[in-house]
Ligand binder design. Structure first.
Ligand SMILES: [Zn+2]
Length: 380
């Protein structure tokens, strides 16, 4: 294992942050499987279950490396957002938005397809694997030419430099309160289905371009966007989905336990065995799915009409029918209780942590089976 500390751009006199990556196995190009897997945790910095899972995963990877079992490359970034992790306000963690710009730490990643299309056009041919190498080299060139002017941009550049040439990217997040669930682009789902089942995912939300530029879709979107752009230009060079990414929501913010983290680390380890990145002599059977994928555009975000105290009737993971009571919003001034009911049938996969809402606030989310939303599909 090699540890590399990457200094971020210093935003202020005397202030210096760095981001640490841990590298296991031979470079993908020199390995038996030819695969590179990139895993990062806690890009939304108050979402800690992934950080603990990374802590549990690291010794498993170190032991496999000592046993000579690496047949691919793994890069692990247990603390992917040192900027957000240090932000606090009124004694509360503030790890989702950078306080300076109010930008979400997991949005505004670049559109690689647009950036690299002019550079790759003349270099592609009939060999799909060679085309993948051309695109990755162009992405690396684009990253090298990017001169960040802020600490936040330098963090985004560092993460993309570590991840851009990975075959699989696992971005470990969590919800406020919730069951384990996956966000994934449709073009990546076949390759990622095994890990969703190893982890026991209870909801799987598929989309194509959710909007907002999160890091996972920045990387996966590069490939299908380029493939579509080439087709539009009348070029039929084969270009596979060179990077499959997923955002894994490891339950809720308070689900930070050694038992969950060890279970999640073991599931990631099993997936690496399944992919052949770890040649342990053990090929674990993929467990039976606990759910079927549903469209992200079918996920209903329930909202309170008025302000008040939230009292939940439904627990995370509960399967609801349309019209079932999810929560009451109590207004003790008027002496009334607003009923918030399910507008779609499906798994109530996440809900908020606070128990007071202002008018229009989110209450929770239900994974419905039928797409009905359009426009940006992710929350703020
Ligand atoms: Zn998150």
């Amino acid at each position: 294992m090699q540890r590399i500390d990457h200094p971020l751009l210093s935003p202020s006199l005397g202030s210096h942050k760095s981001l640490s990556s841990f590298h296991f196995g031979p470079p993908a190009s020199a390995s038996k499987s030819g695969l590179k897997i990139y895993i990062q945790a806690s890009l939304h910095a108050e979402e800690l279950p992934g950080m603990l899972a990374a802590y549990h995963l690291r010794p498993l990877l170190e032991a496999a490396e000592a046993a000579g079992q690496f047949a691919g490359e793994v890069v692990l970034v247990p603390v992917s957002n040192p900027i957000g992790l240090a932000q606090r306000l009124d004694h509360k963690p503030m790890g989702r938005f950078e306080l300076d710009t109010s930008e979400n730490f997991n949005r505004h990643y670049p559109d690689f397809a647009k950036e690299v299309l002019p550079a790759i056009q003349g270099q592609l041919g009939a060999d799909a694997a060679a085309n993948v190498r051309v695109v990755r080299a162009a992405m690396a060139d684009h990253l090298a030419s990017w001169k960040p002017s802020t600490e936040l941009q330098s963090m985004r550049k560092t993460l993309l430099t570590l991840a851009h040439d990975a075959d699989i990217v696992l971005d470990l997040h969590c919800d406020c309160e919730g069951v384990l669930h996956f966000y994934c682009e449709e073009s990546c789902w076949p390759q990622l289905a095994p890990i969703a089942h190893f982890m026991g995912s209870r909801t799987i939300l598929l989309a194509k371009d959710s909007g907002g530029g999160p890091i996972d879709e920045c990387l996966s979107g590069t490939w299908w966007r380029l493939a579509e752009a080439l087709k539009k230009l009348g070029l039929d060079h084969p270009l596979p989905q060179g990077c499959c990414t997923t955002t894994i929501e490891l339950r809720g913010e308070l689900d930070v336990t050694h038992a969950y983290a060890a279970q999640d680390a073991k599931a990631i380890f099993s997936y690496l065995e399944h992919l052949g990145v770890l040649a342990t002599g053990n090929t674990p059977a993929v467990p039976a799915p606990l759910c079927q994928p549903t469209p992200l555009a079918g996920s209903e975000t329930l909202r309170a009409i008025g302000a008040g105290v939230v009292v939940y009737a439904a627990e995370p993971g509960q399967t609801l029918n349309k019209g079932d009571l999810v929560a009451e919003v109590i207004n003790p001034v008027e002496g009334v209780a607003e009923r918030v009911v399910a507008g779609v049938a499906g798994v109530f996969y996440a809900r908020i942590r606070d128990r007071y809402v202002t008018a229009g606030c989110e209450i929770g989310k239900i994974a419905g089976p039928t797409a009905f939303r359009t426009g940006p599909l992710l929350g703020d």
